[in-house]
Design a protein around this ligand. Structure first.
Ligand SMILES: Nc1ncnc2c1ncn2[C@@H]1O[C@H](COP(=O)(O)OP(=O)(O)OP(=O)(O)O)[C@@H](O)[C@H]1O
Ligand SMILES: [Mg+2]
Length: 192
């Protein structure tokens, strides 16, 4: 491949943000990790930003009050945007319960000319609670957690998700394949 001729703008780096939102236990982390693995296998530079992991470091100073949830989403959104600007495909898995903050993150990506794909992992509360992979629903129902999304804290369903994924009755492999196919048909990912 020849280098671009002088004066010809180089094509934009293949960065983008794929943002998984949904209730606790919906499958955000499971699917973001699998999609990242699949993208790496096809030569994309993929980076994961997971809410739980970030709360041990970058966001360790934040709790679960409405103000702190707002700041949590804002920070993750800015890190995602910067990573995407650097050419990474960023897979964010974060409950991100508020419509306003998700749309602010989208606008920040728009301003930078970066694709932003909101994936609503819309697994029902009932199924999430049956799964309860971390045992947190049980604790919230016992009153041991007083600001738990879906039980004692609100989750605002996205009005404008690019992709809505219901994991009920599907395996993680099936849901991963569904998302990869959708990303391909949306043509958000530049060839790596
Ligand atoms: N089709 C599916 N896609 C994703 N996860 C599934 C699917 N079917 C079953 N699961 C199971 O659902 C659980 C989802 O847990 P996961 O930790 O990914 O949720 P999460 O949305 O990241 O929750 P949290 O907000 O608490 O971090 C896992 O135990 C996973 O194996
Ligand atoms: Mg998770």
């Amino acid at each position: 491949v020849n280098p671009p001729a002088a004066g010809v703008p180089s094509p934009r780096a293949p960065g983008a943000t794929i943002w998984f939102t949904g209730l606790p236990g919906a499958g955000k982390t499971t699917l973001a990790v699998r999609v990242a693995e699949a993208l790496r296998a096809t030569g994309h530079a993929a980076a994961g930003l997971d809410g739980d992991a970030l709360r041990t470091g970058l966001n360790a100073d934040l709790g679960f009050s409405p103000e702190d949830r707002v700041e949590n989403v804002r920070r993750v959104g800015e890190v995602a945007r910067l990573f995407a600007l650097a050419g990474l495909v960023v897979l964010v898995s974060l409950i991100s319960p508020f419509e306003r903050e998700r749309e602010l993150v989208r606008r920040r990506h728009d301003e930078s000319g970066l694709p932003f794909v909101l994936v609503h992992v819309c697994t029902s509360l009932q199924v999430c609670e049956e799964r309860d992979p971390k045992g947190l629903y049980a604790r919230a129902r016992r009153g041991e957690i007083d600001d738990f999304t879906g039980v004692s804290d609100p989750y605002e369903r996205p009005a404008s998700a690019e992709l809505v994924v219901d994991t009920e009755g599907r395996t993680p492999d099936e849901s991963t394949a569904e998302i990869l196919a959708a990303l391909e048909s949306m043509r958000v990912l530049r060839p790596a």
